[in-house]
Design a protein around this ligand. Structure first.
Ligand SMILES: [Cu+2]
Length: 335
């Protein structure tokens, strides 16, 4: 069992959607010479049983005008400490004057320093990490990322858990894995937040729909080193098992249609649906993922072609009011 360390900081930046630059807040690796915020935040990889330790750092050259924290939905026993002096203790919701101000321990606005969260990643699966402070605004502004926890034998060809998402006998063996993080962006709200203009969170009205922080056709461009680093195009051969790991970091439910393909849902919210001889996996031609939820879907394309995976709410398939855009990606199947 190992320890997976990461140090993140929150950095304001710009993302490009439908040709427009939109301000956002992103997690960046801290202690980088030029911290680059990204959407979604850096993908953290761990093996079941590992301790995950994640520091949230506010450096003297980059103070931040908001309380900041990170929560880990789906993880139990999360602990926190102030760096460097204090021992770990269980995280707690934070109150001021009897009102809850944060879902977890946080760094106060303007404070320079660091806190560190830790927990044992007991179960394999995909999980979000996200802002736990003023979350309705901060998660929307881009403060979310993914933790992937793999079974112990994932990388070992001789191991029964090799290339499985949840271990042997969970119907999760695959050839190709793609993480798809869904989100939506209200560009007017983003502009208001960074300019400190009034904004009523109840007026949340997204105009951009994204997979891994990108809208189509940017979504199918390769990975790069921009603030939207993760492409979501998939290339495979006929008969290969493609595991789509869909997480919804947004506030709306989205239904992704698989076009001419059928998929098998093998896990929900990080819980495998098949364990040993008890098999509750099921086939779907479209899968709905609620806010904060995740679905693992196995697709095995039976013939070559181009298959679009798209949001069946067609209003979410636009960028700058023009089709096609928004929440769409592509599976290219070669013979
Ligand atoms: Cu949608």
């Amino acid at each position: 069992m190992g320890i997976v360390f990461s140090s993140l900081q929150v950095v304001p930046g710009l993302i490009t959607l439908a040709g427009k630059s939109i301000p956002f807040w992103g997690f960046s690796y801290a202690y980088h010479p030029r911290p680059r915020p990204q959407l979604p935040g850096p993908i953290i990889q761990a093996t079941a049983g590992d301790y995950i330790r994640m520091a949230l750092v506010v450096r003297p050259n980059a103070p931040f005008g908001e309380d900041l924290s990170i929560i880990f939905p789906g993880q139990e026993g999360v602990e926190v400490r102030s760096i460097p002096r204090f021992p770990f203790r269980p995280v707690q919701p934070q109150y001021a004057d009897g009102k809850m101000v944060s879902l977890t321990d946080y760094l106060a606005a303007g404070e320079i320093g660091a806190i560190e969260y830790r927990f044992r990643a007991v179960r394999s699966g995909i999980y979000l990490y996200e802002s736990g402070t003023n979350s309705a605004e901060q998660v929307q502004m881009g403060l979310y990322g993914v933790i992937v926890v793999r079974p112990v034998g994932y990388g070992q060809p001789w191991h029964p858990d090799f290339r499985t998402a949840y271990g042997r006998d969970t119907a999760s063996r695959h050839d190709i894995e793609k993480i798809l993080v869904l989100g939506e962006i209200d560009s007017a709200m983003h502009n208001s937040v960074v300019s400190r203009a009034d904004y009523n969170l109840l007026d949340f009205r997204p105009d951009c729909w994204v997979i891994n922080g990108r809208s189509f056709p940017h979504s199918i461009a390769p990975d790069d080193d921009s603030s939207q680093p993760y492409g979501s195009a998939i290339t495979c051969r006929v008969g290969q098992r493609v595991l789509l790991r869909i997480l919804n970091a947004g506030f709306q439910a989205h239904t992704l249609a698989l076009g001419a393909l059928t998929g098998r849902v093998i896990a929900e919210d990080g819980y495998p649906l098949k364990i040993g001889s008890s098999d509750a996996t099921y086939e779907k031609t479209a899968v709905t993922v609620g806010p904060g939820r995740s679905v693992d879907l196995l697709v095995t394309p039976p013939h070559p072609g181009e298959f679009y995976v798209y949001d069946r709410e067609y209003r979410h398939l636009v960028s700058d009011d023009r089709f096609p855009g928004g929440m769409m990606t592509k599976i290219t199947v070669t013979p």
